[in-house]
Write a new protein. Sequence first.
Length: 95
Amino acid sequence: MLTLEGYEEAFIGFTEKNLKTFIAIYDRNKCIDIVMKNQNLDHEKAIEWFEKNVDEKLMGDDTPLILFPMGYKKYLDLAKYLWGHTEHQNDNTYG
C-alpha cells in the first residue's frame, strides 16, 4: 500500500480494490493543516501548495485517495451548488 510520507496524522484508513489492492485514504483538511504548519503558509496558500505538490501527482490506480470529509447535509449543499440539484445519481434500491 502506497502512503504519503509526512502525512501520517492525516491518515484515516484504507479501502480495498478488487480484493487485492489496498489504497490509503487521507483527510484533506488534516493534510492542509500539516502543510500550513510545515510550510508556514496561510490556509489558501497551503491549499494551492498541497494541490500542486501532492494532489496533482496522485495519478496511479493504487495511489492514495484524498477524502473531502463532510456530513450528508454538507454534501447536499455542495451538490446543489455544483450541479443545481440534490437528486441521487445512482439509485441503489433493489426490487
